[in-house]
Design a protein around this ligand. Structure first.
Ligand code: CTP
Length: 370
């Protein structure tokens, strides 16, 4: 089931050996196990330590000097460590439990180093609540699957099912994560989950909601190949009720937002996020240039906008002049500078500004529209 090339396997064997030497257990967990069980390529390598992950990687690095182990960073509060081992990024986390004092807040972490079964309880969907213990026997790597919620059954049924009825209340970003898995893997929410999601969206509790977590989850959703569909789904199914009542962003922008990211060379996630959280100001300005607007006027309409705002303006108004400005006008400068004009005998002051503006206008208006 878990098949890795020789080099990666030798790292995992060393991990298993180190765990054995320390008298603790190490597991693959979360998306990695899900992806292996689904038979798709794994994205990240996450190792869960039933104990202290920081202590684990420090002992690991001291002992396995045959491996090139770089501890990139540690996070003391959560007892996690990011490493690069023989050039491969591997994240180590300690088992932990989590509490949600308010709906949607960042969880309070407790019981670091708890039994793996307790750690699995804090996870979002059954398909992500599976651990695979690394076992080394006679230099052979074997895996013991710990699947208390029948996540493997749900993987086969392509079903998204939370672990307990309060889960979406604790963390409504799980609804967004579910949409991600739905669009990426063709999963669907279980009937029970659909009911719980609808109930939550009818009266969302935003008081303690971590908007940062919402944005981070959306960022992930909009970074992938399904950004457009995710954006439409969020509007059509009123998922945005998680964080707002009346969305100011519109479903019909989905295509132009996607195009704008490419045309204006803006990361796709940034423009979708900007549209969702910051589009109201731009909509009111209504900067679209009417037909017949000169190049100079187009230039003046757009020159003070940051590129991302220009891209968003294009996505909202579909004004091709924004693209023309970006591609042909924005870097145009008069052929001579103020210093040149001074040398020609102009006196410092308004006259120089007027002349430079006239020269810029002349040059801009001479650029053909294509
Ligand atoms: N998790 C969770 N609730 C969240 C975020 C994460 O329960 N709001 C848990 C899940 O068990 C998840 C694991 O943390 O599997 C790792 O999260 P992440 O790396 O964001 O996603 P993956 O499930 O690994 O999926 P992928 O990286 O493929 O999107």
């Amino acid at each position: 089931m878990f098949k890795f090339n020789k080099e990666i396997e030798s790292i995992f064997k060393a991990v298993a050996q180190n765990a054995c030497d320390m008298g603790i257990s190490a597991y693959f967990v979360g998306g990695m196990v899900r992806d292996v069980l689904m038979g798709i390529e794994i994205k990240d390598i996450d190792i869960l330590i039933e104990g202290s992950a920081i202590d684990f990687v420090q002992k690991f690095a001291d002992k396995f000097t045959n491996l090139d182990i770089v501890i990139k960073s540690v996070h003391e509060a959560f007892d996690t460590a990011k490493t690069v081992i023989n050039g491969i990024e591997i994240d180590f986390a300690s088992t932990r439990e989590e509490d949600y004092p308010f709906s949607g807040c960042l969880p309070v972490v407790k019981n670091i180093g708890c039994p793996v079964e307790e750690d699995l309880k804090r996870r979002d969907f059954t398909v992500n609540a599976i651990a695979a213990k690394l076992c080394l026997q006679n230099d052979e790597l074997n895996y013991e699957i710990i699947d208390p919620y029948n996540g493997n059954g749900d993987i086969k049924q392509k079903t998204l099912r939370i672990l307990h009825n309060k889960s979406y209340i604790d963390d409504p970003t799980r609804i967004l994560r579910g949409i991600d898995f739905m669009l990426r893997f063709g999963f669907d929410f279980s009937d029970g989950d659909k009911t719980l999601i609808n109930e939550y969206l009818k009266s969302p509790d935003r008081e303690g909601l971590s908007l940062d977590r919402v944005k981070l989850t959306l960022k992930k959703l909009f970074s992938g190949a399904n950004a457009k569909d995710a954006y439409k789904y969020i509007l059509e199914n009123k998922i945005c009720k998680i964080w707002c009542d009346k969305p100011l962003f519109k479903a019909e922008w989905a295509d132009t937002l996607f195009d704008a990211a490419k045309i204006f060379d803006i990361p796709q996630d940034e423009i979708f996020l900007k549209a969702i959280f910051e589009s109201s100001a731009l909509q009111n300005e209504s900067a679209k240039c009417p037909v017949g607007t000169s190049n100079f006027e187009i230039y003046n309409t757009y020159k003070n906008l940051k590129i991302i705002d220009l891209a968003l303006q294009y996505a909202i108004s579909n004004d091709k002049n924004a693209v023309f400005y970006y591609e042909k006008l924005k870097d145009i400068k008069p052929d001579i500078t103020g210093a040149d004009l001074l040398k020609q005998g102009y006196t410092e002051g308004k006259a120089i500004g007027d002349e430079l503006s006239r020269l810029l206008k002349e040059k801009l208006n001479s650029i053909p529209r294509s």
